[in-house]
Design a protein around this ligand. Structure first.
Ligand code: HEC
Ligand code: HEC
Ligand code: HEC
Ligand code: HEC
Ligand code: HEC
Length: 445
């Protein structure tokens, strides 16, 4: 080895002297240490590069929305969006333990969400190296270690709450790091404060928004996308983060929260059609609205550690009755929330497959508000209070919202957008939906 390298250095020196005529070549340096013997490379490679391992998993992964979804491309370059959408950004967040605690910028006099990646790291599709960032480090199977299993401070709460699913070595924390809700920032506050969720709960009758109040509106700006984003699952699964109004149902968690991991159901073995393994799907049907005769992979449920004694299938009580009950509660809360529209819903409906939650509620709600937005909600019924466009101004004014109504909308988003109609955490979803209706009743709404 050293001999070959020495020849190269000499060749380089010769070239320098012949081209630049800058003086004589220097003395040859001392010999380097011999390297340690390498492992037989092709043998360690085969631990992973075999038909049954990487090759098979790569095919399963083609079925995962992590792979075929387009968000990694759409959000590339955006330092605030890529932490959950893009490979290098996610790894950057984990390796630098980036804080979720909002900070105050003395120059701009604004609160800043620090949960952003470095601009140079805002690229890359989600792939093997996103979740297994050590791949090709030691070239042994220990390189499959997950990128992050540590507790997840919630970005929605500016770090005031932390999710830590310790079962299975914390492997669910990997998923929750991305599948968590995002912050609601007060667009009507010049300092851009994070919404104080505790106030929403403790002062239910305070006016959150009133179209006649002008500058007195201090909190969120109602809009088509006044929402917690799409990662409700992590919060619901852990039983954390929603607006926990007091009510007749105490807040508790179902056994899944401490006994099961995301992987148990979402990476079930063996696969059924397109569900299980590295497809991360539970449902064996692509983008089909719920309730249309789809089949499921219950292999993860029916293991000896879990439901083998009384197996789950689509007709079993644990599955069917739970989902029917939660759907009924979701529908009831939607009706309560929509009542303030005086005959027209404030929640947006979409029965097409564009709506990730089509069929989850009877009204095909998607968690957005039916506020006009040129290009994104052209059929919107209500006026956007913070847009003066001509079409927008022909729309009726958006109704007044009290804190309790905002809290109910947030809770509706949590319970709709956890997708599973309560399977993730029946107890928490049941409490949120029931107590939100009671809180609206108590406010006379
Ligand atoms: C711990 C498991 C593991 C080991 C050991 C391993 N690889 Fe990989 N390798 C992977 C994975 C996973 C991928 C990504 C496969 C994909 O994208 O479909 C990969 C991809 C590759 C690629 C494609 C280019 C790339 O980086 O994506 C090459 C080339 C490669 N490996 C070579 C090797 C060689 C040579 C060895 C042995 C010296 C080795 N690997 C050992 C897991 C491993
Ligand atoms: C790096 C962030 C990240 C991690 C880590 C992550 N996900 Fe995802 N996941 C996403 C994003 C982003 C999407 C949507 C991609 C798109 O739409 O382009 C997604 C999509 C999904 C989907 C499909 C959703 C749908 O609408 O059909 C499932 C299921 C899923 N993830 C489960 C998991 C599980 C289980 C884990 C842990 C093993 C996990 N994810 C880890 C970011 C992540
Ligand atoms: C805290 C993590 C996180 C951040 C930050 C984040 N997202 Fe997402 N986003 C997700 C997850 C997780 C999903 C996939 C949810 C699912 O399909 O179950 C998603 C889904 C999406 C989708 C796909 C929705 C669909 O209908 O298929 C879009 C578009 C999107 N995000 C845009 C953005 C934009 C724009 C930003 C920045 C303003 C952003 N995201 C920031 C976690 C995040
Ligand atoms: C969204 C995160 C995520 C992505 C992306 C991902 N993996 Fe994994 N992978 C996991 C998790 C989580 C486990 C551990 C499952 C468990 O312990 O329950 C795992 C386990 C593995 C294992 C060992 C156990 C097994 O299932 O055989 C291999 C090999 C593996 N992954 C390869 C890959 C390859 C190859 C890719 C890309 C094609 C990939 N992974 C992409 C999360 C991911
Ligand atoms: C007890 C089984 C179980 C566990 C554990 C579980 N899920 Fe799910 N998950 C489901 C079911 C069932 C659905 C509904 C699937 C559907 O409608 O396609 C679902 C849906 C989802 C979806 C929507 C995409 C899809 O496939 O429809 C995401 C994203 C998701 N889960 C993420 C997670 C994350 C992250 C965790 C861990 C924090 C987790 N899940 C734990 C059963 C489970």
């Amino acid at each position: 080895m050293f001999f070959a390298a020495g020849l190269l250095i000499m060749a380089a020196c010769l070239m320098m002297t012949s081209c630049t005529k800058e003086g004589p070549a220097g003395a040859t340096g001392p010999a380097g240490k011999d390297g340690t013997d390498g492992k037989d490379a092709s043998e360690t490679c085969k631990q992973c590069h075999a038909k049954a391992v990487v090759d098979a998993i790569a095919v399963e992964f083609q079925l995962s929305k992590h792979n075929w979804g387009s968000a990694a491309f759409e959000e590339a370059g955006n330092t605030g969006c890529t932490p959950c959408h893009v490979q290098k950004a996610f790894v950057y967040m984990c390796q630098n333990n980036v804080s979720t605690v909002f900070t105050f910028n003395e120059t701009t006099k604004k609160w800043v969400n620090p949960y952003v990646t470095a601009a140079s790291d805002a690229i890359g599709e989600i792939g093997c190296f996103t979740c297994h960032t050590s791949l090709h480090t030691t070239y042994t199977t220990s390189d499959l270690a997950l990128t992050s299993v540590v507790p997840v401070p919630m970005t929605m709460w500016g770090g005031a709450k932390t999710i830590d699913l310790t079962q299975g070595g914390g492997k669910s924390n990997l998923c929750v790091k991305c599948h968590q809700p995002r912050p609601l920032v007060c667009g009507n506050d010049p300092a851009g404060r994070l919404l104080n969720y505790d106030s929403v709960k403790n002062f239910p009758l305070v006016v959150m928004f009133d179209s006649t109040a002008g500058a007195k509106n201090k909190y969120l700006k109602p809009s088509y996308r006044m929402h917690i984003h799409y990662g409700a699952v992590g919060g619901v699964y852990a039983g954390q983060g929603a607006i926990e109004f007091a009510g007749s149902v105490p807040y508790s968690n179902s056994p899944h929260t401490t006994l099961a991991s995301c992987q148990d159901c979402h990476m079930a073995d063996p696969m059924t059609g397109i569900a299980g393994g590295h497809s991360f799907n539970v449902r064996n049907a692509k983008e089909t609205p719920l309730g249309s005769g789809t089949t499921w992979n219950f292999n993860g449920c029916n293991t000896s550690a879990c439901h083998a004694a009384s197996p789950i299938d689509a007709a079993s009580t644990k599955w069917k009755a739970t989902r029917t009950e939660i759907k009924g509660l979701l529908d009831a809360l939607a009706t309560k929330i929509n009542a303030c529209g005086g005959g027209h819903n404030i929640l947006h409906s979409d029965a097409t497959a564009t709506n990730l939650w089509a069929g989850v509620s009877t009204g095909n709600f998607d968690g957005y508000l039916d506020i006009y937005s040129a290009g994104t909600n052209d059929d919107g019924y209500w006026r956007d209070p913070y847009n003066t466009g001509a079409t927008n101004m022909t729309k009726p004014k958006f109704p007044k919202l009290l804190n309790v109504q905002l809290g109910a909308i947030v809770n509706f988003q949590f319970c709709l957008r956890e997708y599973s109609l309560g399977i993730h955490n029946t107890s928490y979803v049941r409490a949120l939906l029931t107590n939100s209706v009671e809180a609206l009743n108590a406010a006379g709404l």
